[in-house]
Ligand binder design. Structure first.
Ligand SMILES: [Fe+2]
Ligand SMILES: [Fe+2]
Length: 300
């Protein structure tokens, strides 16, 4: 379990390793529902998965556009690591999404909505500072989801094997790079109002895209499970004691003036899960092709 400590800046010596992974998404071995026997939650995960490559492209473009303004070689190297990790995540999500498209879900339509929102609309209406601010907000939300998943392994057990494997790798790396975009933002902009506005903006606007995409998937003939199961699913994620209600405290922290992503110290959980996944007998060791660690000396 992570603990909250006061920390005003990122930790020195943090590295962001880029793991090149290979996952074979064989539709014959993948469940119709990737989250238990639950169409709503499965569609929820698939919606995330289909939007993620576009959100990550926004993240990559936002940090890459500001990397040359950084003089600290360590931060520069961490930004390079963040870009590498997100690029790998997108590739694997695309393969996972393609498998569910082949299994009959209209992932391509969610994909088009994600492309329009993250890659056309947001870059067109937001300046460079706000694109980076939105990036910091996305990174905070994904880090909260990651920390939650590692603190509550029972959540992991709800996922179908192939989905669980690659999502655990993704979540681990979201934890590893959770403070990179924030440190970059503080270094090149630092405006508090814009930082907080980015969170409000992305949560409100992406919710609309997300709801549209989720409805699209649930409307797939033979996929939805009827109103009662749908209501249960909505309650599990969005209810008063639901997944996001329990995340609210973590989200609220973002609006504090002294917020820093590393105030939530997840080092022990990170070490434990790095070992479980990539240690000598790690669950995902067979999927790992190679690891590249951008370092200061590389010039980033
Ligand atoms: Fe990612
Ligand atoms: Fe990320």
């Amino acid at each position: 379990m992570s603990t909250v400590t006061r920390r005003a800046r990122g930790k020195p010596g943090q590295e962001v390793p880029v793991r090149h992974m290979r996952f074979d998404f064989d539709t014959a071995r993948m469940a119709k529902y990737c989250w238990e026997d639950d169409a709503f939650s499965s569609a929820f995960i698939l919606t995330f998965s289909a939007l993620i490559p576009h959100g990550e492209r926004l993240v990559i473009d936002a940090v890459r556009a500001r990397r040359d303004e950084v003089t600290d070689p360590e931060l520069k190297a961490r930004v390079t690591g963040l870009i590498g990790q997100e690029a790998m995540h997108s590739q694997v999500h695309e393969a996972f999404n393609a498998a569910y498209q082949a299994m009959g879900l209209p992932i391509d339509r969610v994909d088009r909505a994600g492309h329009w929102f993250f890659r056309k609309l947001l870059p067109a209406v937001l300046g460079k500072d706000m694109q980076l601010s939105v990036t910091c907000a996305i990174e905070h939300v994904t880090a909260l989801m990651a920390e939650r998943s590692f603190a509550e392994p029972e959540l992991q057990q709800k996922l179908d094997g192939p989905a669980r494997d690659f999502l655990l790798w993704h979540l681990l790396e979201e934890c590893e790079h959770k403070s990179v975009a924030f440190d970059l933002y503080q270094s090149v902009c630092g405006n508090e109002f814009k930082r907080k506005a980015g969170m409000v903006l992305i949560l409100s606007s992406s919710s609309l895209v997300f709801a549209y995409a989720l409805a699209l998937l649930l409307a797939t003939p033979g996929y939805g499970q009827g109103p009662r199961k749908t209501r249960e699913g909505i309650d599990w994620w969005f209810g008063r004691r639901g997944y996001f209600a329990r995340m609210q405290r973590g989200l609220n922290r973002y609006y504090r003036r002294d917020f820093h992503p590393d105030q939530t110290d997840a080092d022990a959980a990170l070490r434990e899960w790095r070992d479980k996944l990539f240690g000598e007998h790690g669950e995902l060791a067979a999927h790992l092709l190679r690891t590249v660690v951008p370092r200061r000396a590389s010039g980033a």
